[in-house]
Design a protein around this ligand. Structure first.
Ligand code: AMP
Ligand code: MG
Ligand code: MG
Length: 201
């Protein structure tokens, strides 16, 4: 805590998609099934607000056993979910009303897959443009590498390396967001400065 420094942002938007998948083979097209975002206050590192919806996949509505086991997401949860366009419109509304397009925010993800690969391909499927505000983010693994000298593959090495307690289920989106937010806070407590690591056209 003592080492925390002022950041250029008012909020960090911690995002972690879960998507349709199978063991060892690719699912085409891959679709988002869980869409969680935590709005983390960049001064207190508390969660001020959250966006969370399950998404009903259109092309492969039946989840594989592998996917349900990996993510702990049930068939009932996605069946009760809304189609992506509906969830995405609600997300845009949440950004405008709960975050504010004029406020300074930075998306934070674990890796680049969420905003570099998954969101653009999901938007392509539905003929949506990726909003400009989703085109810049921070890969928390890069912040961890700057602070420790080690670039890790997944989230667990950061949890362990920072002596944090893992909460919830690994590969469940909202739980992954909560753990990424804890990593973000722990790095902030070591004096880490958070800046964008990737931007797409
Ligand atoms: P994660 O945020 O690490 O939970 O992963 C996001 C998505 O990547 C998951 O919802 C899966 O679609 C896919 N994924 C993650 N790990 C695996 C794996 N071991 N095998 C297949 N797909 C995976
Ligand atoms: Mg992830
Ligand atoms: Mg995840």
């Amino acid at each position: 805590m003592a080492k925390r420094i002022p950041q250029q942002f008012e909020y960090f938007l911690v995002l972690d998609f879960e998507a349709t998948c199978d063991d060892g083979k690719k699912i085409h097209p891959q679709e988002i099934i869980e869409f969680p975002v935590l709005k983390v206050n960049a001064k207190t590192y508390e969660v001020d607000s959250q966006f969370h919806h399950f998404v009903k996949p259109k092309h492969n509505p039946k989840l594989t056993d592998f996917c349900m086991k990996l993510t702990t997401i049930t068939q009932e949860e996605v069946d009760a979910g809304k189609p992506f366009p509906v969830v995405f419109e609600e997300f845009d509304k949440w950004i405008q009303e709960d975050v504010g397009l004029n406020s300074k925010f930075l998306f934070v993800t674990c890796g680049d897959w969420d905003l570099k690969t998954m969101l653009p391909s999901q938007c392509d499927l539905e003929n949506y443009q990726v909003p400009v505000y989703c085109k810049t983010w921070l890969n928390i693994k890069k912040s961890y590498a700057v602070m420790t000298g080690e670039y890790v593959k997944g989230m667990m090495p950061m949890i362990n390396g920072l002596n944090l307690v893992h909460i919830g289920c690994l590969h469940r989106g909202l739980d992954d967001c909560r753990n990424i937010a804890n990593i973000l806070r722990a790095l902030a407590d070591q004096g880490c400065k958070f800046l964008p690591t990737m931007a797409i056209d």
